[in-house]
Design a protein around this ligand. Structure first.
Ligand SMILES: C[S@@+](CC[C@H](N)C(=O)[O-])C[C@H]1O[C@@H](n2cnc3c(N)ncnc32)[C@H](O)[C@@H]1O
Length: 273
């Protein structure tokens, strides 16, 4: 695999255990709710940028005996995903290391191609979506869901969390991604010529003690590991600023009034016949 497209692109969240652990909580029921009504057993599906595979395995369970393949750049993350699939005895699920820019499959290999919270991290977003379309059969489905960090809202306010939301997005832009991709998904689908686009939106809302603790503690841990690196490298924050942001998330997480929400946009469409 050539690393050419990746030389100018950095995955802002990184692959620290705190990041991967949080992604592994995701489910097909929630993350792919917009796609599930279109799925039936026997269809074959590619999950691009599948990460630890908790969504991928939910899709594999639904589509069996249809083949489901997860692709991700991170070998280490995929090792965990493979162990999980083996422990669950999922024989129709496999994982391959690879990049969305050079998907290691012939044209028209899959009935469905899915990417959850991936395209927002890429610099060449139209190229990525074109590659996804390439491997779908004509008339097959392409399904994408991305966050829009411009819609992040929370309570109670803390100047360090406000600063984090600003700096996180600035670092993300400098890494080549688009943290506000959600609102642009319709435009992206139109640009690439996806047929019959259907755009929907849903909200992640954390407002119970268990939810705010999980979210706030996870962001504190993530900031102190791989996610805090980009703002420091880009000169957007000092190491001590990052520590203050992490501490603010821990305080917020335990607050009885704590609430966090942001919007995720889903785009579903078909490869033209
Ligand atoms: C935010 S995680 C999402 C993981 C999973 N889809 C989920 O929602 O839980 C983004 C994933 O995209 C992967 N990724 C980033 N750039 C990629 C690329 N060019 N090709 C394939 N995967 C990529 C990262 O390694 C990471 O696992």
């Amino acid at each position: 695999m050539s690393s050419e497209p990746l030389r100018h692109e950095t995955y802002t969240h990184g692959h620290a255990p705190a990041v991967v652990r949080q992604h592994a909580q995701r489910t097909a029921d929630e993350a792919a709710a917009f796609l599930l009504p279109e799925l039936s057993p026997g269809l074959c599906l590619l999950d691009v940028g599948c990460g630890p595979g908790s969504i991928t395995r939910g899709l594999a369970e639904r589509l069996a005996p249809g083949e489901v393949v997860g692709v991700d750049l991170s070998r280490e993350t995929l090792e965990g995903a493979r162990r999980d699939a083996a422990a669950r005895g999922l024989r129709n699920l496999r994982y391959e290391t690879g990049s969305v820019y050079e998907l290691p499959f012939p044209d028209a290999s899959f009935d469905v191609v899915f990417a959850h919270q991936v395209i927002q991290h890429l610099r060449e977003r139209t190229n990525a979506l074109r590659q996804m379309l390439r491997v779908v059969k004509p008339g097959g489905l392409v399904a994408v869901r991305d966050v829009d960090w411009g819609t992040a809202a929370y309570w109670p306010r803390d100047p360090w969390i406000d600063r984090f939301i600003e700096v996180h997005q600035q670092a993300w832009y400098r890494n080549g991604g688009e943290p506000q991709l959600g609102r642009q998904l319709r435009a992206l689908f139109n640009e690439v010529g996806v047929a019959e686009p259907r755009i929907t939106a849903s909200v992640w809302c954390y407002a119970t003690p268990a939810e705010t603790t999980a979210w706030g503690e996870s962001y504190a841990d993530r900031l102190l590991t791989s996610m805090g690196e980009a703002p420091v490298q880009h000169g957007l924050a000092s190491r001590s600023d990052i520590e203050q942001m992490a501490a603010a998330f821990r305080t917020w997480a335990a607050h009885p009034d704590a609430l966090w929400m942001f919007i995720h946009v889903e785009a579903l469409g078909r490869k033209p016949m």
